[in-house]
Design a protein around this ligand. Structure first.
Ligand code: NAD
Length: 502
């Protein structure tokens, strides 16, 4: 059986704890993938020290050259796309087409980052004094701590690590405990590309990988004074903790947190299209996307008809191992996650008194009994005050609410603490634009599902979904760089701004 390692200062190393955690296939718990290190504070400190040392050299590598490394990373990922996806499905459960998409997002992010190495534009501005020039540049910050969740084991780390590297920072990466193998694959590829592009000038320690729990390894990131910035994607409760400690230590912190996304279907919508979208949005990745459709807000005029169509289709979804052909929905990622889902179903039935119209139970027929499967579940008669309408469930559970107008639909949609993704199906152009204006979310789709962000667009949410930063596209480069203003005076005399000229 494979024992995997951490990656510190350019070498694969065992943890100082000598302890390991096992990683199993959530669709078949008899399938043991391997053992991964339960790392310690000493391991984190060693990796941060290596990253700090590497920063001295990496920041001086010209940005286009740093971009060349990312170009090779993208090329290798493209060559190995199917293998990466197969192993990712085995590790976290979502179906092969989706893990291929997850990998493609990493490839897109690599190529974007590669070209950004030749941009990283600064601004210049005229000086208020004669014979003086004002310029500004992006400069790297230092060592980044990267903490990621399990639901996009490839894409999310790449959203963070690639722009961090292109900007000239070095990183220490702590992946989710449930998806360590994909993290190893990614770091191996980055290291291969570093060797290929830098050759004899290879710099060890630019990227370091430390496996382990959030409680131990994650907390060490927070307290380590040599980590200058933390980029975190995960739950709101952990995000608040990171913001609290990071704020105290004056670390730069980017948070991408929970969601309770909704799709609105108005009475003039193309219902077939809206149906395909909600099936994809609510049950793709077994509902375990931060942008998953967790609420469906139906106009009262089409409510009954649409719900009937939806239930018919949901009951036909095929559950199974995501690497098998014809499977629509994989398992929950773990037993604990499935229990959370089941607890929310009980809340929906007992506390909230909503009506179950599909699913509502574990799926245990045949081979499904070997994994953490849960039947795609739908509640109707849900009202905005219910817990299943407000709290993030992160599983295959959809709450259906009724609205009687656009204003009413938007009010319901906005009625949670989160604000990540949103969608409206309507053929009324005025309603579509009003929705874009009034919906409180970082992402709004018109006639599209709540999932499906593209790598070159800003990604993130408002309200309790984050702290105002965005990943993706050009926006993320603001997080991984500082601005330096430079004044060049070629007048040959002391010129005092604001004083000599006014
Ligand atoms: P989580 O918060 O439990 O864990 C995320 C990461 O944080 C893991 O690597 C974990 O080990 C680490 N961690 C846990 N406790 C920590 C601590 N005290 N200090 C430092 N690190 C710690 O989340 P999860 O269960 O892995 O992922 C699901 C959550 O992620 C959902 O809430 C989902 O909405 C959110 N998510 C958000 C986005 C987004 O972009 N907004 C994307 C994907 C997932």
């Amino acid at each position: 059986m494979d024992y995997f390692k951490n990656f510190i200062n350019g070498e694969w190393k065992d943890s100082s704890s000598g302890k390991y955690t096992e990683n199993r296939n959530p669709a078949n718990t008899e399938d043991l993938i391997g053992y991964f290190p339960s790392s310690t504070k000493e391991d984190v400190n060693e990796a941060v020290k290596a990253a700090r040392e590497a920063f001295k050299k990496w920041r001086l590598v010209p940005a286009p050259k740093r971009g060349d490394v990312l170009k090779v990373v993208g090329d290798i990922m493209l060559q190995r796309k199917d293998d990466i996806a197969f192993e990712m499905t085995r590790e976290m459960g979502k179906v092969f087409a989706e893990t291929k998409g997850d990998t493609q997002e990493g490839i897109d992010t690599a190529y974007y980052a590669a070209s950004e190495g030749r941009r990283l534009f600064g601004y210049n501005a005229p000086s208020e004094l004669p014979n003086k020039m004002n310029l500004s540049f992006r400069i790297p910050i230092g060592v980044g701590g990267i903490i990621t969740p399990w639901n996009f084991p490839m894409a999310i780390p790449t959203w963070k690590i690639f722009p961090a590297l292109v900007c000239g920072n070095t990183v220490v990466f702590k992946p989710a405990e449930l998806t360590p193998k994909t993290a190893n694959t990614l770091v191996k590829i980055i290291d291969e590309a570093m060797h290929e592009v830098l050759g004899k000038d290879y710099i060890p320690g630019v990227v370091n990988l430390i496996h382990g729990s959030g409680r131990v390894v994650g907390e060490c990131f927070l307290e380590n004074k040599e980590i200058d910035l933390i980029s975190f994607t995960g739950s709101t409760v952990v995000g608040k903790r990171i913001n609290e400690v990071g704020g105290r230590e004056l670390k730069r912190v980017s948070l991408e947190l929970g969601g309770k996304n909704a799709q609105i279907v108005m009475d003039d919508a193309n219902l077939e299209l809206a149906l395909d979208a909600v099936l994809w949005g609510a049950f793709g990745t077994t509902g375990q996307r931060c942008t998953a459709t967790s609420r469906l807000i139906l106009h009262e005029k089409i409510h009954d008809k649409f719900l009937k169509m939806l239930v018919e289709r949901v009951n036909k979804l095929k559950l199974g191992y995501g690497n098998d052909k014809g499977v629509d929905v994989g398992p929950c990622v773990s037993e604990a996650q499935r229990e959370t889902v089941n607890d929310y179903v009980k809340i929906g039935l007992n506390e909230d008194k909503a009506t179950l119209v599909a699913g509502g139970d574990y799926a245990k027929e045949g081979n499904l009994a070997k994994g953490w499967f849960y039947k795609p579940t739908i509640f109707k008669d849900v009202t905005p005050d219910m817990r299943i309408a407000k709290e993030e469930i992160f599983g295959p559970v959809l709450a259906v609410l009724k609205c009687n107008s656009l204003d009413n639909a938007v009010e319901i949609l906005n009625g949670t603490e989160y604000g990540l993704s949103s969608s409206i199906f309507t053929n009324n152009v005025n309603d579509a634009f009003r929705a874009v204006r009034d919906i409180q979310a970082g992402i709004t789709y018109i006639n599209g599902a709540t999932i499906g962000a593209e790598a070159h667009m800003p990604f993130g949410g408002v309200k309790a979904t984050g702290n105002g930063h965005r990943e993706g596209g050009w926006t993320v480069y603001d997080f991984y760089s500082e601005w330096k203003a430079v004044y060049i005076d070629y007048s040959g005399k002391l010129q005092r701004a604001q004083i000599d000229n006014y």
